[in-house]
Design a protein around this ligand. Sequence first.
Ligand code: 6R9
Length: 634
Amino acid sequence: MKYIVKSLPEYFKHQDKALENPELFWSEIAESFTWKKPWKKVLTANMHKAEIKWFEEGQLNITENCIDRHLQEKGSDTAIIFEPNSTQEKAQHISFKQLSEEVNKMANVLKQKGIQKGDRVCVYLPMIPELAYTMLACARIGAIHSVVFAGYSSTALASRINDASCKMVITADGSYRGAKEINLKSIVDKALLDSPSVENVLVAKRTQCEIEMTSGRDFFLSDLISAASTVCSPETMNAEDPLFILYTSGSTGTPKGMVHTTGGYMVYTAHTFKNVFQYEDGDIYWCTADIGWITGHSYILYGPLLNGATTILYEGVPSYPDHNRFWEIIEKHKVNQFYTAPTAIRSLAKQDISHVEKHDLSSLKILGTVGEPINVEAWNWYDHHIGQQRCPIVDTWWQTETGGILISPIPFSTPTKATFATFPLLGIQPVLMSDEGKELEGNLVNGNLCIKTPWPGIARTIWNNHKRYLETYFSAYPGYYFSGDAALRDPAGYYRITGRVDDVVIVSGHNLGTAPIENTINEHQIVAESAIVGYPHDIKGNALFGFVTLKRPISEAEKSALKIAINESISDQIGPIAKLSKIQFTFSLPKTRSGKIMRRILRKIAANEFTNLGDTSTLLNPEAVQEIIKNREK
Ligand code: 6R9
């Protein structure tokens, strides 16, 4: 693949070329893939209408590039190492040849159950090999996968299935997460009471827990797979055919189904994987994310496999059976590139350092972080104890919407700086905007982070709702993609992402829209109104604080019960990750004269900053602020 950066001067040289002639730059990279038919036009874009197309009329199948292309030279090399939740269970090494057979079998099963090109298949699976097989099998036959994180509740699952009218759900009997065992099938059963589009449910056996099977609708994968052929010819896809839908939280109630297409996503994830992780043949790469999030899609599955890499799929959690687990896995598999989230780093840094010191981490070459801003203490701890000050840390900034990493150091080329994502990757043009919509020139500035020109990995639309796509990302600054994040540029031109500027709070690396949580709280009879804000938390990065007003006064005992009930309903409707850490009942919420809740002030109060509350002159009810501060929940 062209344009793999090996020094800082080379980075600048390639970047100049990429920005001067993006079409030539990206077509030179795209040429290293297998296409069934070459593209006619590299890029057609109108950023004012959010219409972006890459490699138009090119035809391909991404699985030929992830699998078939490697079979001749690397057939017996390991594509995926599956590391199970329990240390009692052996890791599985899945070669490219085995992966090919499993994916083809699964693809034939999907076809046999009536799935066709363009159909949507919902994947609700734990981190087991079947998850990778299923996603690739969908891509093989041109079905659009919609992976839903297997920690979401039945209500959240149903709304995602319905939004995309999925024809099939693929799940497992149960899942293991640390010491917990969860019955996934029962969650699916409940979701399907409200999801009429689903015709079949395929069930992988993992925990052998007791489940109900609806005759004619539900099938065990193992029964179907055993009879399936290991050959399935890849469907011919246009570069702009959707590859998958992945939902992300919005600031209004319904999740946004981001649509990624085939050609551009392939080129972008493959190229950024190679540059950011400097992957060499024989390396063992491990990203600890869940495939239910974009990080797992792009940098556990597609990016690594497109490069013929060995990628680890870890089923469990960092703390099981104890806090040694990550370091033990690194030692056991001799991991070279390790990519995790600040929340995991912070929680592991709290443990006794002997957990780290007992393990041989000398295989590590590069460390990565993603998902939220990393604080300086966590960065230093990671650098010192895990990287032993010899592994560059790539602080990678990107989003579900961007498909791949946009801002990150290139290891051994870009000097790293704690908490800075540093420079844009090749072909990316970040700009910082003032609130008035002016591009902020020069360095030492602070603004809203936008991207000026299209790149191949950008999502093309929101499923069934292009208007919302345009409004959410392209209307705050017409002609620019607006990320929803703020950032600053230091004197060297390095970027530091400072956080969200909208109503999305990132808790333990998970994006949570506050609106759907508020809606859930407001469904309680006694609740009049609520406002959710994030506040800094040692391990989670942010935790949720709920301010709730009631229709009538209630006793302390009733309040305690209501707090529990509120969290139960949130857990039910959205998922346990969205539970509130603190709830304060109050007589009123601070509002502007136009009736908008002033979350800015609530954020300060939640963070214990009572003095500098900013401009409160537009408040309709300043007394609300005083009341809340006085009774501030400790
Ligand atoms: C890949 C992913 C996107 C939001 C994004 C930003 C935050 C991600 C970051 C970061 C600071 C980093 N974010 N990486 N903030 N530094 N290196 O996480 O996608 O789940 O869609 O979240 O995460 O706020 O806007 P997604």
